[in-house]
Ligand binder design. Structure first.
Ligand code: AHR
Length: 324
């Protein structure tokens, strides 16, 4: 009995030592050995973003040999630019940038390049004339995501008349651009489809709800809500319910991300189709840094493999194992 107790105590100690959080105190010698990464995160606007931040924190933690400096830019590019300059002043080893929008990075990235700090871009893309301003990029093919959603609408409605409410993400972000382009291309090839309302809800749930409430108040008739992320879809569904409408029955909702709440809404019949956008970039970024540490060259561009979900074939178990 005593031996069993001792063993349990020992295992507890090992576990506690091995599972220290990123901010756990450590010796100055430990600190010196760690790779310091400055991560400029877009914000905390969505479930996707929360899962993405957690994935980065878990992968780049003290136990794995990292010190992660996380900066939340509250969806403001100017805050990200300031964060990047602060990272340069702090002399970090790597900078990871999840950019708000595609444009406007040239100047600050030139400063980072002059300081000799490698930059890894994650999630959304940036548009710069000189691609040597970043080491590599890993993220989603947002245009393909838009095309996937539009192809599903085509399978459901074909050439029948369709009135669409389009809730956009924050304008100028790759996620907004690609998903909007996908729908626009489908509108061109489906003359009977029309967008009856289009506005940016910035990937935020409350804004998604407000916009659909506005549409309902104006008395605009519609069949489909094309929400450019899950949080706006949750808000949209809430607005419909408040107005006595049944999401999934009276109005078809198509969304992006495939977060676990959205997948449960698919099982309940409220969201009809959800295109995956995978947020688990932490281990991918860690693998890139490890390659760079070994003097290897990671691929310049890596698109993450993604799928899409609808009610048929979706199981609780699938949602559980996906982990976000
Ligand atoms: O860039 C990825 C997008 O940003 C996700 O679809 C959205 O939920 C997030 O805020």
């Amino acid at each position: 009995m005593k031996r069993a107790m001792l063993l349990i105590l020992l295992m507890l100690c090992v576990c506690l030592c091995g599972c220290r959080g990123p901010d756990a105190p450590s010796s100055p010698a430990d600190e010196k050995k760690r790779i310091v990464v400055g991560f400029s995160q877009v914000g905390a606007e969505s479930d996707w973003r929360a899962a993405n931040t957690l994935s980065m924190q878990r992968a780049l933690c003290a136990e794995n040999g990292y010190r992660l400096i996380l900066d939340d830019a509250q969806q403001k590019q100017e805050k990200q630019i300031t964060a990047l300059r602060n990272f340069v002043n702090q002399g970090v080893d790597y900078i990871v940038l999840a950019p708000t929008t595609e444009q406007g990075w040239e100047t600050v990235l030139q400063e980072v390049k002059a300081a000799g700090i490698p930059v890894i871009i994650v999630d959304r893309m940036i548009e710069v004339s000189d691609t040597s301003l970043f080491t590599c990029w890993i993220g989603s093919d947002f245009r393909r995501e838009g095309d996937t959603a539009a192809a599903w609408l085509d399978r459901q409605f074909g050439s029948r008349p369709l009135s669409i409410v389009h809730l956009q993400g924050n304008i100028g972000s790759s996620a907004q651009i690609g998903r909007t382009e996908g729908l626009n291309a489908a509108l061109e090839s489906h003359p009977a489809w029309q967008v009856v309302f289009r506005e940016a809800g910035d990937f935020i749930q409350a804004k998604g709800q407000e916009l659909v409430e506005e549409v309902l108040k104006k008395g605009i008739a519609f069949d489909v809500i094309y929400a450019e992320n899950d949080n706006m879809a949750y808000g949209a569904a809430e607005a419909l319910k408040k107005a006595g409408l049944a999401p999934g029955k009276d109005v078809t909702i198509v969304s992006f991300d495939a977060s676990s709440t959205a997948l449960h809404m698919i099982l309940e019949g409220e969201i009809s189709y959800d295109v995956e956008c995978n947020p688990l970039h932490g281990p991918r970024v860690r693998a890139i840094i490890e390659q760079l540490e070994k003097g290897e060259t990671p691929p310049k561009y890596t698109f993450v493999e993604e799928t899409a979900f609808e009610r048929s074939g979706l199981k609780e178990e699938t949602i559980r194992v996906r982990g976000y």
